[in-house]
Write a protein that binds this ligand. Structure first.
Ligand code: ATP
Ligand code: SF4
Ligand code: MG
Length: 432
């Protein structure tokens, strides 16, 4: 449900916003004035795009993560298949910065986020967080870590319990984790309301007394209460109007700097991700197909799916992702994750697909200092190679048939980047 839709039937938004943080009062004003502020112009006001300090390493390292949901027969007795929602995903979240995760609906973004917060137990893989493997840790050992990893949910209308006051919603994590003495919880809740730009005196109001943007601020205050090191933000602004999106993004950026929070930022809006995330991973049908620093991904993407996604952004938003691009129309629908295509999962929709794509899965290949791509024909738009760049290293010929004369290389799908990569022009490994 959109912010606009709810505000029509909902009670009036609360008055008397705290002016110190993020213009929460404008959540309602921008709409009432009928001046929708563009995302780009709103975020530009005093906010620079986030950066990454590489010397600080990563806060989370995810390696070959898998989540297969069982599909039951109609009697619910037998498992008749599996939804391969996440299938061998590897990435790192830079400490104090943000990794964006983008892709079409159903590609496995939320499942990845839910695995990290351990709302689901993974089928396989590892998730190293501050020396602990979140994939293997017991629920008991996970308890103290839960406060370090918090989640902001997509829908501010359903993620807050309508029967609880804002004070109870934000105060509950404080009492569950016993981090603040009981008598100090109220003052801490008020502090948090102030931090997210809401009136601290409104702790005893209910979620339906707030607008969509304000509710999302309540969700952010709840996630912030335990001073997490890592936040998984699952489409935190997609349910909001565009002008309000920018305010919430600016708030998240302020909080990131102030409290040194690292983000896994899930979104389908490429303009939002570009502003918030110095590194971006693109997912398709349970796999990461390309991951790179922001400049490379938006200006020199090498995967046909990333190129199609970037070309599909409406004209008015093209400026925010680096200019106008010719639209690439993808054919067909996303296949079922229960029975994904052999070889490359994108091949049924890829305009470049050839024989090898059905036979051999393309490995995740590092092709630049901070750029990895999983495509046999990786290359900039209009400059994809004629022969597969991966055949020799996989020990197959150009059609994907086993090549007895070849000696395959050992290509891992490890998280992060190496200081050695494969030069696509030279077709050899380079170490600058
Ligand atoms: N609990 C579950 N049981 C079975 N299948 C599930 C479950 N949760 C998700 N799935 C399936 O896993 C796949 C990935 O879902 P997920 O919600 O992670 O996608 P998403 O990228 O977040 O999509 P959206 O952009 O629509 O939020 C989908 O096919 C979905 O139907
Ligand atoms: S491996 Fe083949 S099908 Fe997959 S993206 Fe590359 S060209 Fe397309
Ligand atoms: Mg989702």
């Amino acid at each position: 449900m959109s912010d606009k839709a709810t505000s029509q039937g909902a009670p009036e938004p609360v008055d008397g916003q705290n002016p110190t943080r993020g213009n929460a009062g404008q959540d309602a004003d921008a709409k009432e004035l009928g001046h929708p502020v563009s995302f780009e112009s709103s975020v530009a006001m005093g906010h620079t795009a986030a950066s990454v300090d590489r010397s600080r390493g990563s806060v989370l390292s995810v390696d070959n993560l898998r989540m297969y949901f069982p599909v039951k027969s109609s009697g619910l007795r037998r498992t008749v298949g599996h939804v391969q929602a996440v299938d061998g995903v590897s990435f790192e979240v830079p400490r104090g910065s943000s990794l964006g995760l983008v892709g079409e609906s159903g590609c496995g973004k939320s499942t990845t986020g839910r695995l990290i917060t351990r709302l689901y137990e993974p089928t396989g893989g590892s998730m190293m967080f501050e020396g602990h493997d979140l994939a293997k840790i017991s629920n008991r050992a996970m308890k103290p870590l839960r406060k370090d990893i918090q989640m902001i949910f997509q829908d501010p209308y359903t993620s807050l319990n309508p029967r609880h006051t804002v004070g109870a919603i934000i105060g509950t994590p404080l009492s569950v984790h016993n981090v603040v003495p009981k008598k100090k919880i109220l003052s801490r809740v008020q502090e948090l309301l102030e931090v997210v730009g809401l009136n601290p005196e409104h702790y005893n109001r209910y979620p339906n007394e707030f607008s969509g943007g304000q509710r999302q601020r309540i969700g952010i205050a709840r996630a912030l209460a335990l001073q997490p090191k890592l936040m998984v933000a699952d489409e935190p602004v997609s349910a909001l109007d565009v002008s309000i999106q920018a305010q919430v993004i600016n708030l998240l950026q302020d909080l990131q700097k102030e409290f040194d929070i690292s983000f896994l930022f899930i979104a389908h809006d490429l303009a939002v991700v570009r502003h918030f995330c110095p590194e971006v991973a693109v997912m398709y049908l349970g796999k990461i197909v390309e991951i790179a620093d922001r400049e490379t991904l938006y200006k020199r993407s090498h995967h046909p799916y990333t190129q199609a996604l970037l070309s599909a952004v409406p004209d008015v938003k093209q400026a925010a992702i680096g200019g106008r691009r010719e639209r690439i129309m993808l054919q067909g629908d996303v296949p079922s994750p229960i029975n994904p295509p052999s070889g490359c999962r994108f091949r049924t929709r890829c305009p470049l697909a050839r024989e090898i794509c059905a036979k051999v899965e393309p490995p995740m290949l590092q092709v630049g200092p901070r750029h990895k791509v999983a495509c046999h024909f990786a290359g900039e738009l209009g400059h994809h190679p004629h022969d597969p760049v991966t055949a020799r290293m996989l020990g197959v010929d150009n059609d994907g048939n086993p090549d007895p004369g070849a000696s395959p290389s050992d290509i891992g799908n490890s998280p992060g980047f190496s200081d050695v990569w494969f030069d696509l022009k030279e077709r050899r490994t380079v170490k600058p």
